[in-house]
Design a binder for this molecule. Structure first.
Ligand code: FE2
Length: 388
């Protein structure tokens, strides 16, 4: 059952309030926002170059041999409120290499910003979460420290709770400021709107219950295979949100169709559940998308006839339809307003992780009206890969 939203205005703003929006959500795990997203990648130096050049991220911090880190290297990139960490091992063997071999480049950590990382760990493990990292104080000079703790979620993905109220340094202890002469301009990405997890057959409810019971989240939307199916493939999805609406995690599972579900394709290539896409918000999607396309980002192609009955479907919009058509931007409307969105092709070689660019103009939903057009676009890609 979808929870009732108390204050719709809060969901329309870039800055979500900390007020509780969803009655069903519980308060034992206050989350202030997404702190960072860490990807394990094969070559962090080159990935960092890609995210700077193509996505407009800025050089923020670095840890590696030069900062006393012996076995791995991490680059931290920032754009407004979004922080990406790209990590590569420096030696053979070990957990990161295993992760890379099994999953390819992908999201390992979805870190959540909290007031109290010790309490976050205690409350979640008490409710059944498997510990990934006990509360650990990391110091960086006098009176400057971070406390982090972590729990496992779907697949080999983890949540790390980050408490930084007593921290004055760069990103985390053992990192230094990353100074670079190469600083391409930001493209207008603002914050992470939601992050989607793909889980296996019949596992969606289990993981939604995990977010409800272990983390106090509320279910705000549910789509069944009738909502999300084409002639060929299907999936099911439920959206879980924390109490203040800052953290939203849709969870997808494959559903039976005539051909292979895109979720199943993901799971085959990722070798298990994982983060499917990171949705990042912008205030000007036309600018953001045209900038990214110019810088080499590939987006899913939307057939031109998608725009034929657009205004009948979504009503009046502020944007020039011809401009949206030129950039292949999708539009959907719900009771509160509308949203504009577009999806990249996978940003890695395996058909796994991709990004969504989203601009909300009142709408708090996830583009249900676009699912069919979108999935048909994904199927064309699957067909090219011979995995449909
Ligand atoms: Fe999305």
């Amino acid at each position: 059952m979808a929870a009732e939203i108390k204050n719709l205005k809060d969901l329309q703003n870039t800055e979500y309030s900390l007020n509780k929006l969803f009655d069903e959500a519980e308060d034992f795990l206050p989350l202030l926002g997404t702190d960072y997203v860490e990807l394990y990648v094969g070559n962090a130096k080159q990935s960092a170059h890609f995210y700077k050049t193509a996505f407009g991220f800025q050089s923020e911090a670095y840890a590696g041999l030069e900062t006393g880190m012996k076995d791995k290297v991490s680059y931290v990139l920032k754009q407004d409120k979004i922080r990406l960490v790209l990590t590569t091992p420096l030696q053979e063997g070990g957990k990161i290499n295993e992760h890379l071999s099994k999953h390819g480049d992908g999201v390992k950590v979805v870190a959540l910003w909290v007031e109290d990382a010790t309490k976050a760990w205690e409350e979640t493990t008490k409710r059944g979460a498997k510990s990934f990292m006990e509360p650990t104080k990391e110091e960086d000079g006098e009176n400057s420290y971070v406390v982090r703790s972590g729990i496992h979620t779907y697949g080999e993905t983890v949540h790390i709770f980050v408490e930084r109220k007593n921290y004055t340094g760069v990103f985390l202890p053992n990192y230094k400021k990353w100074e670079s002469h190469y600083n391409p301009k930001p493209v207008g990405l603002k914050y992470i709107d939601h992050m989607v997890g793909n889980v296996g057959w019949d596992e969606m409810n289990k993981w939604c219950e995990f977010y409800a019971n272990v983390m106090g989240f509320a279910q705000i939307v549910s789509f069944d295979d009738k909502d999300i199916s084409t002639d060929y493939t299907a999936l099911m999805s439920k959206v879980m949100s924390n109490g203040n609406g800052r953290i939203k995690f849709p969870i997808n599972e494959p559903a039976e169709g005539k051909k292979k579900s895109q979720i199943e394709e993901y799971i085959d290539f990722y070798n298990g559940p994982g983060v499917q896409h990171i949705a990042v918000a912008t205030n000007d999607i036309v600018h953001t998308v045209s900038e990214m396309r110019n810088r080499g980002v590939e987006f899913l192609y939307v057939p031109e006839n998608y725009y034929d009955d657009l205004l009948e479907r979504v009503g009046n919009i502020d944007e020039d339809v011809e401009l949206l058509k030129k950039h292949g931007i999708l539009i959907d409307r719900d009771d509160e307003g509308y949203l504009l969105q577009l999806f990249t092709k996978p940003v890695v070689d395996r058909p796994t992780m991709f990004f969504e660019i989203i601009q909300r103009k009142g709408a708090k939903s996830f583009g249900k009206g676009n699912f069919k057009a979108l999935f048909e676009a994904i199927e064309r890609e699957q067909e090219n890969r011979g995995t449909l």
